[in-house]
Design a binder for this molecule. Structure first.
Ligand SMILES: [Zn+2]
Ligand SMILES: [Zn+2]
Length: 437
């Protein structure tokens, strides 16, 4: 931040940052006037995946009011907003719109009290516990800045409101609805996510911000018998237990130690009674990877371990475990290296190195269905994360002196003012570079 008394000096010494300060001030004014009430509205009125009807309508209205040509109902409840500004690159910016079946316990005055029926008809509490409300508000903030600066850029800006990220299906549905055929294939694409363990006011960008995910099940067959006469059958509980343990060696022994890979068996169901050996067990697992090669090794390893463990137990060839996907696989969200280096340089030059949260270490292997827009499409893309939590809380958690309410927690609370302004500032700065006149 440049003090007023130093403004002239700063203009002479740091023209880029002085210009960006004007942008930051414009965003701050817009935040107070329109973005803050809009964020509170989105937060207090969350809707579940594929039910983002009011949310999409409000987002469409906001973007239309900013001068965009908006099409609704793309991929069920998705929206596409286009602003044409002469010949030049087409750049897509995507925000997700759905909330989660979580009962909010944050102390925010605009906390959600919403309940709605989920897809199975069960009444559930609903909360924007992943910060998609902040993403939509940032998208509108970016629309305002780009519409106000049409003299500074050229090309076509494509803003996308995507449904059902939390069901990892919305992006695929928008693709199936021909988004790029109908509205043009972007030359570049961008998205962002607020993350609890990044400092509010800062961002992070890395080569692989999100992982690929395969959700699978293994049905392990046995031969049912009396619990006191195991020799008369084949116990599927024992075979499945050995498979669970052996799967851990696929990650530790088949995959290079520096390569990201994960297999979690999150569900194990078998049996009905203590003295009965049943005839099957069912395992559900999630498999995470960040390259095609690693993914292929993991999937082959799962098949090899499951089938051969059953063979070792004496199961016949026609009763080997059945392995199948239970949901559509999500590819990894990988950043285009050249574009990432370019934007990193632009952000550093225009916003200062302090914009990056240098202490952030990505730990888990979370999936993101944004990948469906770009994977195998040849569209250079950058996905970056935006801080959601006050710096002192992040510092305390990193020092082991406190815990953070992470994304999806009922206590998750975005430091909205900083997160949204940072999201708009980083996105607009990137767009003005990619689309500059
Ligand atoms: Zn989420
Ligand atoms: Zn999310």
């Amino acid at each position: 931040m440049i003090k007023p008394g130093l403004a002239l000096l700063a203009c002479l010494a740091l023209p880029a940052i002085a210009t960006e300060n004007q942008l930051a001030s414009a965003i701050a004014r817009d935040y107070k006037a329109t973005l803050e009430p809009l964020f509170k509205h989105f937060h207090a009125n969350p809707e579940l995946s594929y039910m983002e009807v009011q949310t999409a309508a409000r987002l469409a209205r906001e973007l239309r009011a900013s001068g965009f040509e908006v099409t609704e109902g793309v991929g069920k409840t998705g929206i596409v907003a286009i602003l044409r500004n002469g010949p030049g690159p087409t750049v897509m910016v995507r925000a997700d719109m759905d909330a989660l079946p979580v009962e909010e316990r944050s102390d925010a005055p605009h906390a959600s009290k919403v309940k709605m029926k989920d897809m199975s008809g069960t009444m559930v509490p609903v909360m924007h516990a992943c910060g998609h409300d902040a993403h939509m508000t940032s998208l509108v903030g970016t629309a305002h800045q780009m519409a106000a600066r049409k003299g500074e850029w050229k090309g076509t800006l494509m803003l996308v409101g995507q449904p059902a990220e939390e069901r990892t299906g919305g992006a695929l549905d928008m693709m199936a609805d021909g988004i790029f055929k109908r509205f043009g294939k972007p030359d570049y694409a961008m998205s962002l996510h607020v993350i609890a363990d990044v400092e509010a006011g800062k961002i992070d960008v890395s080569e692989a911000p999100f992982s690929g995910a395969d959700l699978m099940e293994i049905v392990v067959h046995g031969i049912g018998t009396h619990g006191a006469s195991p020799h008369m059958g084949k116990d599927p509980v024992v075979i499945a237990s050995q498979i669970v343990l052996a799967l851990q060696t696929v990650v530790t022994r088949d995959i290079a130690p520096r390569e990201a890979a994960l297999i979690t068996v999150g569900s194990f169901h078998a049996g009905s009674k203590g003295n009965v050996i049943g005839d099957s067990a069912r395992l559900e697992l999630t498999v995470r990877s960040e390259s095609d090669d690693t993914r292929a090794k993991l999937l082959a390893g799962i098949k090899r371990v499951a089938e051969n463990t059953a063979r070792a137990a004496g199961m016949p060839e026609d009763k080997l475990p059945e392995i199948r996907h239970t949901d559509r696989p999500v590819p990894p969200t990988l950043n285009d290296n050249a574009l990432m280096q370019r934007l990193r340089g632009v952000w550093s030059a225009k916003l200062g190195e302090g914009i990056f949260d240098k202490g952030y270490q990505r730990g888990g292997m979370v999936g993101e269905d944004y990948a469906h827009f770009i994977y195998g499409q040849g569209i250079p893309s950058v996905y970056f994360v935006v801080g959601a939590t006050p710096a002192e809380q992040v510092a305390a958690a990193r020092a082991g002196k406190g815990t953070l309410a992470y994304n999806h927690s009922p206590l998750f609370k975005v430091e909205a003012e900083k997160a949204i302004q940072t999201g708009v500032l980083a996105t607009t700065t990137a767009l003005l570079d990619l689309m500059k006149k």
